[in-house]
Design a protein around this ligand. Structure first.
Ligand code: R1P
Ligand code: URA
Length: 252
Protein backbone atom coordinates (compact mmCIF):
# COMPACT_ATOMS: atom_id res chain seq x y z
CA UNK A 1 0.00 0.00 0.00
CA UNK A 2 1.30 3.51 -0.78
CA UNK A 3 2.10 5.48 2.37
CA UNK A 4 0.00 8.60 3.03
CA UNK A 5 2.62 11.39 2.89
CA UNK A 6 2.00 15.04 3.76
CA UNK A 7 2.26 17.28 0.69
CA UNK A 8 5.17 19.64 1.41
CA UNK A 9 7.50 17.91 3.83
CA UNK A 10 6.61 14.37 2.63
CA UNK A 11 6.45 13.09 6.20
CA UNK A 12 4.07 10.19 6.87
CA UNK A 13 0.66 11.28 8.18
CA UNK A 14 0.64 8.60 10.87
CA UNK A 15 3.10 6.91 13.18
CA UNK A 16 5.32 9.79 14.39
CA UNK A 17 5.94 10.20 18.15
CA UNK A 18 3.94 13.17 19.54
CA UNK A 19 6.95 14.80 21.29
CA UNK A 20 9.30 16.65 18.92
CA UNK A 21 12.55 18.58 18.87
CA UNK A 22 12.71 20.87 15.82
CA UNK A 23 15.97 22.41 14.58
CA UNK A 24 17.00 24.53 11.61
CA UNK A 25 19.86 22.49 10.24
CA UNK A 26 19.31 18.97 8.82
CA UNK A 27 22.80 18.04 10.09
CA UNK A 28 21.78 19.09 13.60
CA UNK A 29 18.69 16.90 13.32
CA UNK A 30 21.01 13.97 12.59
CA UNK A 31 23.25 14.90 15.54
CA UNK A 32 20.29 15.05 17.94
CA UNK A 33 18.92 11.79 16.54
CA UNK A 34 22.31 10.17 17.22
CA UNK A 35 21.59 10.63 20.95
CA UNK A 36 18.44 8.51 20.67
CA UNK A 37 18.04 4.76 21.04
CA UNK A 38 16.89 3.06 17.88
CA UNK A 39 17.09 6.23 15.78
CA UNK A 40 15.65 5.85 12.30
CA UNK A 41 15.49 8.35 9.44
CA UNK A 42 11.82 8.62 8.49
CA UNK A 43 12.04 11.05 5.58
CA UNK A 44 14.27 13.70 3.98
CA UNK A 45 12.67 16.02 1.47
CA UNK A 46 13.95 19.58 0.74
CA UNK A 47 15.25 20.98 4.08
CA UNK A 48 12.89 18.78 6.09
CA UNK A 49 14.79 15.83 7.58
CA UNK A 50 12.85 13.74 10.08
CA UNK A 51 13.98 11.03 12.51
CA UNK A 52 12.34 9.05 15.26
CA UNK A 53 13.86 7.18 18.17
CA UNK A 54 13.62 7.12 21.91
CA UNK A 55 15.16 9.18 24.69
CA UNK A 56 15.25 7.37 28.04
CA UNK A 57 12.19 5.39 26.98
CA UNK A 58 10.23 8.35 25.52
CA UNK A 59 9.47 8.05 21.80
CA UNK A 60 10.68 11.27 20.15
CA UNK A 61 10.52 12.92 16.72
CA UNK A 62 13.47 15.06 15.59
CA UNK A 63 12.96 17.23 12.51
CA UNK A 64 14.69 20.05 10.65
CA UNK A 65 12.79 23.07 9.35
CA UNK A 66 15.51 24.98 7.46
CA UNK A 67 16.26 28.71 7.64
CA UNK A 68 13.40 31.20 7.80
CA UNK A 69 9.88 31.15 9.21
CA UNK A 70 7.82 30.88 5.97
CA UNK A 71 9.41 27.50 5.23
CA UNK A 72 9.61 26.42 8.86
CA UNK A 73 5.92 26.96 9.55
CA UNK A 74 5.11 24.40 6.86
CA UNK A 75 6.98 21.77 8.84
CA UNK A 76 5.32 22.82 12.12
CA UNK A 77 1.87 22.61 10.50
CA UNK A 78 2.51 19.26 8.86
CA UNK A 79 4.03 17.77 12.03
CA UNK A 80 0.87 18.90 13.84
CA UNK A 81 -1.22 17.29 11.08
CA UNK A 82 0.81 14.12 11.71
CA UNK A 83 -0.13 14.15 15.40
CA UNK A 84 2.80 15.92 17.08
CA UNK A 85 1.47 17.78 20.12
CA UNK A 86 4.62 19.00 21.92
CA UNK A 87 7.33 20.99 20.14
CA UNK A 88 10.62 22.35 21.40
CA UNK A 89 12.69 24.40 18.99
CA UNK A 90 16.40 23.86 19.55
CA UNK A 91 18.23 26.46 17.51
CA UNK A 92 21.04 28.98 17.45
CA UNK A 93 20.64 32.70 18.08
CA UNK A 94 22.54 35.94 18.49
CA UNK A 95 22.87 37.49 21.95
CA UNK A 96 21.07 40.78 22.52
CA UNK A 97 21.80 41.51 26.17
CA UNK A 98 25.09 42.01 27.99
CA UNK A 99 25.97 39.01 30.12
CA UNK A 100 24.64 36.40 27.70
CA UNK A 101 27.70 34.65 26.35
CA UNK A 102 28.69 32.39 23.47
CA UNK A 103 27.54 28.82 24.06
CA UNK A 104 24.99 29.89 26.71
CA UNK A 105 21.38 28.80 26.35
CA UNK A 106 18.45 31.18 26.09
CA UNK A 107 15.09 29.72 27.11
CA UNK A 108 12.35 31.67 25.35
CA UNK A 109 9.39 33.01 27.31
CA UNK A 110 7.91 34.46 24.14
CA UNK A 111 8.93 36.04 20.86
CA UNK A 112 8.49 39.22 18.84
CA UNK A 113 6.53 38.29 15.69
CA UNK A 114 8.81 39.83 13.09
CA UNK A 115 8.98 36.46 11.34
CA UNK A 116 7.66 37.44 7.91
CA UNK A 117 4.86 34.90 7.79
CA UNK A 118 2.50 34.96 10.79
CA UNK A 119 1.45 38.52 9.96
CA UNK A 120 -0.30 36.94 6.98
CA UNK A 121 -2.25 34.69 9.33
CA UNK A 122 -3.17 36.98 12.23
CA UNK A 123 -3.07 40.64 13.26
CA UNK A 124 0.37 41.71 14.51
CA UNK A 125 -0.96 42.42 18.02
CA UNK A 126 -1.52 38.68 18.62
CA UNK A 127 1.19 37.47 21.04
CA UNK A 128 3.70 34.68 20.48
CA UNK A 129 4.08 33.01 23.86
CA UNK A 130 5.81 29.86 25.01
CA UNK A 131 3.81 27.32 26.98
CA UNK A 132 4.71 27.95 30.64
CA UNK A 133 5.23 24.22 31.24
CA UNK A 134 7.77 24.16 28.38
CA UNK A 135 9.67 27.09 29.90
CA UNK A 136 9.83 25.38 33.30
CA UNK A 137 10.78 21.99 31.85
CA UNK A 138 13.62 23.57 29.85
CA UNK A 139 14.79 25.47 32.90
CA UNK A 140 14.79 22.32 35.05
CA UNK A 141 16.66 20.41 32.37
CA UNK A 142 19.24 23.19 31.95
CA UNK A 143 19.85 23.31 35.69
CA UNK A 144 20.24 19.54 35.86
CA UNK A 145 22.74 19.65 32.98
CA UNK A 146 24.66 22.49 34.64
CA UNK A 147 24.25 24.46 31.42
CA UNK A 148 24.66 28.25 31.63
CA UNK A 149 21.21 29.56 30.74
CA UNK A 150 19.02 32.67 30.72
CA UNK A 151 15.29 33.20 30.31
CA UNK A 152 13.82 35.97 28.22
CA UNK A 153 12.11 37.28 25.14
CA UNK A 154 13.42 36.45 21.70
CA UNK A 155 13.26 38.59 18.57
CA UNK A 156 12.22 36.37 15.70
CA UNK A 157 13.20 38.27 12.60
CA UNK A 158 13.02 37.34 8.92
CA UNK A 159 16.01 39.45 7.80
CA UNK A 160 19.19 37.99 9.23
CA UNK A 161 21.95 40.17 7.76
CA UNK A 162 23.48 42.67 10.21
CA UNK A 163 22.91 45.70 7.96
CA UNK A 164 19.19 44.89 7.80
CA UNK A 165 18.44 44.93 11.52
CA UNK A 166 16.85 48.13 12.89
CA UNK A 167 18.81 47.92 16.08
CA UNK A 168 17.14 50.73 17.94
CA UNK A 169 13.63 49.33 17.40
CA UNK A 170 13.64 47.52 20.73
CA UNK A 171 15.99 49.68 22.78
CA UNK A 172 15.46 49.13 26.49
CA UNK A 173 12.99 46.32 25.79
CA UNK A 174 15.24 43.71 27.40
CA UNK A 175 15.29 41.23 24.50
CA UNK A 176 17.60 38.29 25.14
CA UNK A 177 18.34 36.85 21.68
CA UNK A 178 17.58 37.09 17.97
CA UNK A 179 16.78 34.22 15.58
CA UNK A 180 14.44 33.51 12.68
CA UNK A 181 11.68 30.92 13.33
CA UNK A 182 10.53 30.68 16.93
CA UNK A 183 7.52 33.01 16.84
CA UNK A 184 6.09 31.04 13.90
CA UNK A 185 6.22 27.91 16.04
CA UNK A 186 4.66 29.59 19.08
CA UNK A 187 1.81 31.10 17.04
CA UNK A 188 1.14 27.76 15.31
CA UNK A 189 1.02 26.08 18.71
CA UNK A 190 -1.41 28.66 20.13
CA UNK A 191 -3.71 28.37 17.12
CA UNK A 192 -3.78 24.58 17.29
CA UNK A 193 -3.76 24.01 21.06
CA UNK A 194 -0.25 22.52 21.18
CA UNK A 195 2.55 22.80 23.73
CA UNK A 196 5.63 24.67 22.46
CA UNK A 197 8.80 26.36 23.61
CA UNK A 198 12.34 27.02 22.54
CA UNK A 199 15.93 26.80 23.70
CA UNK A 200 18.63 28.59 21.73
CA UNK A 201 22.41 28.34 21.78
CA UNK A 202 24.20 31.67 21.47
CA UNK A 203 26.61 31.78 18.53
CA UNK A 204 27.76 35.38 18.79
CA UNK A 205 25.96 38.58 18.02
CA UNK A 206 24.88 39.43 14.49
CA UNK A 207 25.63 43.14 14.63
CA UNK A 208 28.69 44.93 15.93
CA UNK A 209 26.52 47.10 18.16
CA UNK A 210 25.22 44.00 19.93
CA UNK A 211 28.62 42.52 20.70
CA UNK A 212 29.36 42.38 24.40
CA UNK A 213 33.15 42.08 24.10
CA UNK A 214 33.49 40.21 27.38
CA UNK A 215 30.97 37.52 26.50
CA UNK A 216 30.42 37.22 22.78
CA UNK A 217 32.38 37.55 19.61
CA UNK A 218 30.72 38.57 16.36
CA UNK A 219 28.46 36.04 14.63
CA UNK A 220 30.35 32.78 14.10
CA UNK A 221 28.56 29.49 14.66
CA UNK A 222 31.65 27.48 13.66
CA UNK A 223 33.52 27.57 16.96
CA UNK A 224 34.19 25.05 19.73
CA UNK A 225 32.33 27.17 22.28
CA UNK A 226 29.19 26.93 20.14
CA UNK A 227 29.65 23.20 19.49
CA UNK A 228 29.86 22.58 23.24
CA UNK A 229 26.70 24.67 23.75
CA UNK A 230 24.93 22.68 21.02
CA UNK A 231 25.89 19.36 22.68
CA UNK A 232 24.54 20.60 26.01
CA UNK A 233 21.44 22.13 24.43
CA UNK A 234 20.50 18.89 22.65
CA UNK A 235 20.40 17.03 25.96
CA UNK A 236 18.46 19.87 27.58
CA UNK A 237 15.82 19.82 24.83
CA UNK A 238 15.40 16.02 24.92
CA UNK A 239 15.31 15.94 28.69
CA UNK A 240 12.72 18.72 28.76
CA UNK A 241 10.51 16.68 26.41
CA UNK A 242 10.78 13.77 28.87
CA UNK A 243 9.81 16.02 31.80
CA UNK A 244 6.83 17.34 29.84
CA UNK A 245 5.68 13.80 29.02
CA UNK A 246 6.09 12.81 32.67
CA UNK A 247 3.98 15.78 33.71
CA UNK A 248 1.30 14.86 31.16
CA UNK A 249 1.23 11.28 32.40
CA UNK A 250 0.92 12.52 36.00
CA UNK A 251 -1.95 14.80 35.06
CA UNK A 252 -3.84 12.05 33.17
O1 R1P B 1 20.45 27.14 14.04
P1 R1P B 1 19.06 27.33 13.51
O2 R1P B 1 18.09 26.44 14.22
O3 R1P B 1 18.97 27.17 12.02
O4 R1P B 1 18.64 28.83 13.88
C1 R1P B 1 19.26 30.02 13.43
O5 R1P B 1 20.27 29.85 12.47
C2 R1P B 1 19.81 30.21 11.16
C3 R1P B 1 20.58 31.40 10.64
O6 R1P B 1 21.90 31.08 10.46
C4 R1P B 1 18.33 30.54 11.32
O7 R1P B 1 17.58 29.38 11.03
C5 R1P B 1 18.28 30.96 12.76
O8 R1P B 1 17.02 30.94 13.36
O1 URA C 1 19.31 34.84 13.46
C1 URA C 1 20.38 34.52 14.02
C2 URA C 1 20.75 33.18 14.20
C3 URA C 1 21.93 32.87 14.78
N1 URA C 1 22.74 33.86 15.21
C4 URA C 1 22.43 35.13 15.03
O2 URA C 1 23.20 36.00 15.40
N2 URA C 1 21.25 35.46 14.45
Amino acid sequence: MTQDLLPITRIPRTGLPPSAVVVGDPARAAAVAALLDGAEEISYHREYRVFSGSWKGLPVTVASHGVGAPGAILLFQELADAGVTTFLRFGTAGAMRPGIGDGDLVIAEGAVRDDGVTQQLLPPEYPAVSSPEAVFALQRAARAADAPHHRGLVWTRAAFQPGLIPLTAYDNAGLAAIEMELSALLVTASLRGLVAGGVLVIDGANADELVDEENTGGYNPHRDVVAVGVERGAVVALEALRLLAQERAGAA
